[in-house]
Ligand binder design. Structure first.
Ligand code: FAD
Length: 421
């Protein structure tokens, strides 16, 4: 039977990511109802560290019920909007649900922008969700086991070859962290002593980390190059096969691991709603974050094209830093008297593993150990809840003194069927 509810405080927030969870949290006692597919918010800036094992997977997520104490949480996926009736329909595990709202906040985020490259969907690995990150970690550790057991040197080399496509901060950080994991783990694989590991970073753009000032990008490229990473810019992925990939420079690389981190696009669900979208499928919102032409519909985060009064020549990029600032404005605008959103970016950073990082802080380039330390400190500051901060800090401190865990836990989530032992 269909259940019908009314959003708490009249505010219905679709999406429990950075943007949606922050709006609901900042609304405080006014309350809101969050619709989310998961009961946690994923803190993506430290996701690569969950993949490499410096952080426990549970410590890179924040439970929504703890983060947004005055919000109701409905687990499910929004499937339809009935604007005239002011309702949203959801699919949930307990059946269909309809929720009435006075104000609707669309914060459904983005999905991986996968191109129609032959074999990519079947053999490529994504890096967007916690499940992706943990799957990749287990996959990489499994490759070490397979390489150790491989009958021929060529097979071992193929298992130790890793290709990442997309050299934005997600791809660069993921590659850097995972190559550290493999480097640390290899000391426990005596047969692989002397076997060369191969890390390849591919991007269609002429340089890596386009979102970061040129000098810092060059430093990051040099740092990776010194570690043996084969960086191929102005190059595209042509095909993906089960045991090899081909690139536009004509090369064919034998590998079992192709990680696709080449950008995101706004949630395709938005296209079904009849709301104004730009040519990239993002929700068009005005300077107060209100959906263009609508009184009580609002949008922010990766799913929206957000104008910023501080940068009139460009819209906000899809980053958590911007989603958070947009959420602050939107929470205030929902109180009445909407004002334009304005935020001047303070900096942009990335960690490169091995205690190295890059950070552009108020236009000043910071790199090396200080860049790493400040980027990590900023992430820690942004991570909601003192308990989460403490857990992350403890993991990092333990990591200073002990080696990473190399147990491959791919069997998690697949319990034994009773009687099958
Ligand atoms: C690996 C990685 C690393 C990153 N690192 C950084 C970084 O270092 N710094 C930085 O600033 N940014 C970083 N980002 C970008 C940052 O994560 C995003 O900009 C930010 O998450 C956007 O927040 P959002 O709430 O708009 O979207 P999301 O965080 O994607 O949240 C959207 C939520 O909506 C849910 N949803 C979608 N459709 C529906 C539906 N129909 N019904 C209900 N719920 C729905 C989704 O499940 C999701 O939980 C990184 C991203 C990735 C993938």
């Amino acid at each position: 039977m269909k259940s019908i509810r009314t959003a708490r405080g009249g505010v219905l927030v679709l999406g429990g990511g950075f943007a949606g969870a922050s709006v609901a949290r900042l609304l405080g006692k006014r309350g809101a109802t969050i619709v989310s597919t998961e009961n946690f918010m994923l803190f993506t800036p430290i996701l690569p560290e969950a993949a490499s094992g410096t952080l426990e997977p549970r410590h890179v997520v924040v439970p929504l019920r703890m983060m947004c104490r005055h919000a109701d949480l409905v687990l499910g996926r929004a499937v339809a909007l009935e604007e005239a009736a002011h309702t949203v329909s959801l699919e949930s595990e307990v059946g269909p649900v309809t929720i009435r709202y006075e104000h609707l906040v669309l914060a459904v985020g983005s999905v991986t922008r996968a191109l129609p490259i032959p074999g990519l969907a079947d053999h490529g690995l994504g890096f967007k969700t916690l499940a992706d990150a943990i799957h990749l970690r287990n996959h990489v550790l499994r490759q070490l086991e397979l390489a150790e057991a491989a009958p021929a040197a060529d097979d071992a080399k193929r298992h130790l070859s890793f290709v990442f496509v997309g050299a934005g901060y997600a791809g660069v950080e993921a590659l850097a962290e995972l190559s550290d994991l493999v480097r640390d783990a290899l000391r426990f694989y005596p047969k692989l002593k002397g076997t060369r590991q191969r890390w390849v970073l591919v991007d269609a753009a002429p340089k890596i980390l386009p979102e970061i000032p040129r000098r810092l990008g060059e430093y990051a490229a040099e740092e990776l190059w010194k570690r043996g990473v084969d960086i191929r810019v102005s190059t595209t992925l042509e095909t993906v096969e089960p045991h090899a990939v081909t690139l536009s420079d004509g090369s064919r690389l034998d590998t079992e691991t192709l990680v696709w981190t080449a950008g995101v696009k706004a949630s395709p669900w938005l296209a079904t709603l009849g709301l104004p979208l730009d040519e990239r499928g993002r929700l068009c919102v005005d300077e107060a974050l209100r959906v263009e032409g609508r009184e009580n519909l609002w949008g922010l985060g990766d799913c929206a094209r957000v104008p910023n009064a501080a940068t009139p020549d460009r819209f906000d990029p899809p980053t958590s830093q911007h989603a958070l600032r947009q959420a602050r404005r939107l929470a205030k605008n929902l109180e009445g008297n909407p004002r334009p959103y304005r935020y001047r970016e303070l900096g942009m950073g990335a960690t490169l593993g091995r205690h190295k990082g890059i950070l552009s802080l108020l236009g000043l380039p910071v790199r090396g150990f200080l860049g790493w330390f400040l980027t990590r400190t900023y992430h820690l500051y942004q991570l909601p809840l003192v308990s989460r901060k403490m857990r992350a800090m403890t993991d990092w401190t333990v990591g200073l003194f002990f080696r990473r865990d190399i147990a491959e836990l791919g069997s998690l989530g697949h319990p034994t069927r009773l009687g099958d032992e």
